[in-house]
Design a protein around this ligand. Structure first.
Ligand SMILES: [Zn+2]
Ligand SMILES: [Zn+2]
Length: 473
C-alpha cells in the first residue's frame, strides 16, 4: 500500500494578512517531517515533539511570508535539542546563498558559558545545506574589484558570449548571455528552465529511499521577480507540485516565450564591446523565456497528480489571479495563499486543515476521518470559513463583482429575474465539521468538550445552547 501523504496547512494566508499565518505546509510521510516554507509561526502551531522532529525545511524564496521563522527553527535545534541531527535545508544554490547572507548576522556569534567571551560560530553549525536543482554554467567572480565570468571549466567567457550588468546603487549583479541557437541576448535565470542543458547541468534531487520519496525543485512555472522555485514531491508514483508563488497566466507565458524585444539596444550600441555595463539589464534582454521553459512550465500543470497553488485576488502581479486557475482540475488542486475574504470554486485551504493523499485521491482529514472535498464553493469570510452546496432554494448566490472578483450575495440581494444565477446553501466549517449558516451568517457555534452547540439568544436575554449534528457525516 502507498504511504499516505499528509499535508498540514500551518499557514495559508496572503502576504499582508493580519492573521500573521503566512505560508507553511508540514508534509508528513510516515515519521518523516518536511516543512515547505517557514512563514507560519511554527512554535505556536506545532507541539514541542513535532518541532523537535522536523527533518527538513524546503524554502521556495526569501519573501518573509515564506521564511520568517527559519532562523528561530535553526536556533532551536542547535540550543534546545543539540543532540538531534541538524535540520536539512533544501533549496537552490542561489536561494541558499541568499538565506545564508540573510541569517548569518543572527547566528554567527554567541557568548561562552560564563558569558565572558564572544564565541564565533559557523553557519554550517546550524544547518545541513542540501543543494537542489542544477548548477549554472556561468559563474561571476570578483577579484580586486574586477569582475569576470567563468564557465564550468573555470575558463573566462568572452564578451561576445556574456556580459555583466551592475547598477551603481545596488550590489546585485545580473548577467546577460548570448544564446547561440536562438540568436538572442537573454537573462539566463529567466530564460532557461532547470532542465535546459544549454545553461544548466547536474540537476540534483533529494531522495529519501526509505519512504520511496524524491524531492525536486523546479523553476519553469515559477515567475516571481526574485529568485524563487517550486517543488515537486514524488512519493511512490504520486507527484505533487507546490508553487512557490507564481504568475500562472498562459497568455502571459506564451508572450514571454514568443515575443522578441526589438527595442533591445545591445546590437547597435557602443556597449557591444564592453564587458561590465552600468545600466538596467532589462533594456538589453531580447527575449524573456525560451520556448522550452514555456512548454515545461505547462507540463508541470498537466503531468503532476496534485497542485498546491498560490492564489490571489486580481492584478496581483507576483501571484496568480484566481481566474487564471479555473482551467485547473478541481479534483487535483488546492488553492492557498489566498486573501482573507475570498470565494472560490476550487477547494481553498484554511489554517490548520490537514489533507491526506492516498492512492491518487485527496481527502480532507479531520478528527481522524477522511472526507471528500465535494463542496461546490469555498468561502473565506471575515476570518470564518464556509462551504457551499448548490441548491435551487439556497440562501446565497455567487456573483462576479465590478472588479472581476467572485462575491457572496444573499439571495435577497439578487435580481430574481436573472436566470443564470446559481444558488447555494452555506455551511460553516468548524474544525472540519459543517454546520448550517443562516441568511445573515449570524449563527454562533460554540465548541465544548469536542461537541458543537448553536448559541441562541431568547427574548428574555437568556442564552440557549443547542447541540448540533455535523452535516458532513
Ligand atoms: Zn513571494
Ligand atoms: Zn508569498
Amino acid at each position: 500500500m502507498q504511504i499516505p501523504i499528509s499535508i498540514r496547512i500551518l499557514g495559508d494566508s496572503g502576504p499582508f494578512s493580519p492573521t500573521g499565518r503566512s505560508i507553511s505546509y508540514l508534509i508528513e510521510l510516515n515519521d518523516y517531517k518536511l516543512l515547505i516554507d517557514a512563514g507560519a509561526p511554527v512554535f505556536y502551531l506545532l507541539s514541542f515533539p513535532e518541532i523537535c522532529s522536523i527533518d527538513a525545511v524546503l524554502i521556495t524564496h526569501l519573501h518573509e511570508d515564506h521564511k520568517r521563522w527559519l532562523s528561530d527553527l535553526l536556533l532551536f535545534r542547535k540550543y534546545v535539542t543539540p543532540t538531534k541531527p541538524k535540520i536539512k535545508l533544501l533549496s537552490s544554490e542561489s536561494i541558499h546563498n541568499e538565506i545564508k547572507q540573510n541569517l548569518i548576522p543572527s547566528l554567527e556569534k554567541t557568548l561562552s558559558a560564563d558569558s565572558k567571551k564572544i564565541i564565533r560560530l559557523n553557519y554550517d553549525d546550524f544547518v545541513d545545506c542540501i543543494y537542489l536543482g542544477p548548477r549554472a554554467k556561468y559563474k561571476v567572480i570578483c577579484e580586486n574589484n574586477n569582475y569576470q565570468i567563468i564557465d564550468e571549466n573555470e575558463k573566462p567567457v568572452s564578451i561576445d558570449k556574456a556580459k555583466i550588468f551592475k547598477l551603481p546603487f545596488t550590489e546585485n549583479i545580473d548577467i546577460l548571455v548570448y544564446d547561440e541557437r536562438d540568436k538572442v541576448w537573454v537573462n539566463p535565470e529567466a530564460y532557461y528552465s532547470f532542465s535546459d542543458e544549454r545553461y544548466y547541468y547536474n540537476n540534483r534531487t533529494f531522495d529519501i529511499p526509505e519512504i520511496n520519496t524524491k524531492i525536486e525543485i523546479i523553476n519553469a512555472p515559477i515567475w516571481h521577480g526574485i529568485s524563487a522555485v517550486g517543488a515537486v514531491l514524488t512519493v511512490d508514483d504520486t507527484k505533487i507540485f507546490f508553487s512557490g508563488d507564481t504568475v500562472f497566466d498562459l497568455n502571459l507565458w506564451k508572450e514571454l516565450a514568443v515575443v522578441n524585444n526589438d527595442n533591445a539596444i545591445l546590437k547597435n550600441s557602443e556597449i557591444k564591446n564592453k564587458f561590465v555595463i552600468s545600466d538596467d539589464i532589462n533594456k538589453y534582454i531580447e527575449k524573456m523565456w525560451s520556448m522550452e521553459r514555456y512548454k515545461e512550465a505547462i507540463m508541470y500543470y498537466n503531468n503532476t497528480d496534485f497542485i498546491i497553488h498560490d492564489s490571489a485576488a486580481i492584478n496581483s502581479i507576483v501571484h496568480t489571479d484566481f481566474k487564471e486557475l479555473y482551467c485547473l482540475e478541481k479534483s487535483k488542486t488546492l488553492l492557498t495563499h489566498s486573501p482573507d475574504n475570498y470565494v472560490s470554486y476550487i477547494p481553498l485551504t484554511y489554517k490548520d486543515k490537514k489533507y491526506i493523499i492516498q492512492n491518487k485521491k485527496i481527502f480532507e482529514n479531520s478528527n481522524n476521518k477522511n472526507y471528500e472535498l465535494n463542496a461546490d464553493i469555498y468561502v473565506k469570510y471575515q476570518l470564518r470559513y464556509f462551504v457551499g452546496y448548490k441548491n435551487s432554494n439556497g440562501l446565497f448566490a455567487v456573483i462576479e463583482n465590478d472588479n472581476g472578483l467572485l462575491e457572496l450575495k444573499k439571495r435577497t440581494e439578487i435580481n430574481q429575474s436573472s436566470k443564470d444565477v446559481e444558488y447555494y446553501n452555506l455551511f460553516e466549517d468548524i474544525d472540519g465539521a459543517y454546520y448550517p449558516a443562516d441568511s445573515e451568517l449570524n449563527n454562533i457555534y460554540i465548541k465544548m468538550k469536542n461537541k458543537i452547540y448553536k448559541s441562541v439568544e431568547k427574548e428574555n436575554g437568556e442564552i440557549l445552547l443547542i447541540l448540533q449534528q455535523n452535516h458532513r457525516e
